[in-house]
Design a protein around this ligand. Structure first.
Ligand code: XBP
Ligand code: MG
Length: 238
């Protein structure tokens, strides 16, 4: 039985990575680091999930002085980056990816629980929900629609580890087989599958092509996606 939909955030609910990239670069300027992540480099760096982890991974190939500085300051830098990203989101620069809001609404109306399972920090999820326009009576997707917001550093290991999905399932009180996960990236798909959750992939504009073996299906977007289609995909022979 389909009891819950669990959504990744970055790249799945919305194309957020350009704003993350800008927030990182503003942070580097603020902290006096001579780094500038251009879109091509950032596309590669996205293969490391999590902002702190991404900065540390980049530092590892930089001169010892920069490495030491980033290791010492990463928590502070990331906090600054989260605040900056929040300002960019508040400026209303995001839109939901096609079909997302319709699917959220259909699930809500049908009593199918909604959850988020993301690497990004909780304030970023809240900011996105609060400031991203949606074709709904209040003009946004209410945070209260989500039974669970599983986000960021609350688990030991980030995606591709399954921890954040295990947490979301536990908080939902739903078995993996009774949920569907939505992911845009290789790391996200690996995390959801490792938790045993049937997963639909909608690659974001920022991910490099990847093998989505094991996914329920790969679709360009969630435009036109209905609960009935998800139920059919779950029961279709592999
Ligand atoms: C999301 C991410 C990021 C954010 C990091 O991964 O790792 O794209 O840049 O956000 P996923 P923080 O979509 O697989 O969950 O800086 O808040 O960590
Ligand atoms: Mg993602």
């Amino acid at each position: 039985m389909l009891r819950a939909l669990i959504f990744d955030v970055d790249g799945t609910l919305a194309e957020t990575e350009e704003l993350h990239r800008q927030a990182f670069n503003d942070t580097f300027r603020e902290f006096g680091l001579p780094w500038d992540w251009d879109p091509e480099l950032y596309r590669h760096l996205l293969e490391v999930a999590g902002g702190k982890e991404r900065m540390l991974a980049h530092a590892a190939a930089r001169p010892p002085g920069e490495q030491a500085m980033v290791r010492a300051m990463v928590v502070e830098m990331h906090a600054w980056k989260t605040r900056r990203y929040g300002q960019l989101v508040e400026a209303g620069r995001l839109t939901y990816r096609p079909g997302v809001v319709d699917l959220l609404r259909e699930a809500r109306d049908a009593g199918v629980a909604l959850a988020v399972a993301t690497t990004t920090s909780l304030p970023n999820v809240r900011g996105l929900l609060r400031h991203t326009p949606a074709d709904l009576p209040g003009g946004v997707v209410p945070e209260g629609w989500f039974a669970v917001l599983a986000a960021g550093d609350v688990v030991r290991a980030k995606k591709p580890a399954p921890d954040i999905y295990h947490l979301a399932l536990a908080e939902l009180g739903v078995d993996a087989g009774d949920a569907v996960a939505f992911e845009d990236s290789r790391n996200g798909l690996a995390a959801a599958l490792a938790a045993g959750i049937p997963t639909l992939v909608t690659p974001s504009a920022w991910v490099r092509p990847f093998d989505a073996a094991g996914a329920l299906a790969v679709v360009e977007s969630l435009h036109g996606m209905r609960l009935e289609t998800l139920r059919d995909l779950r029961t279709a022979p592999a």
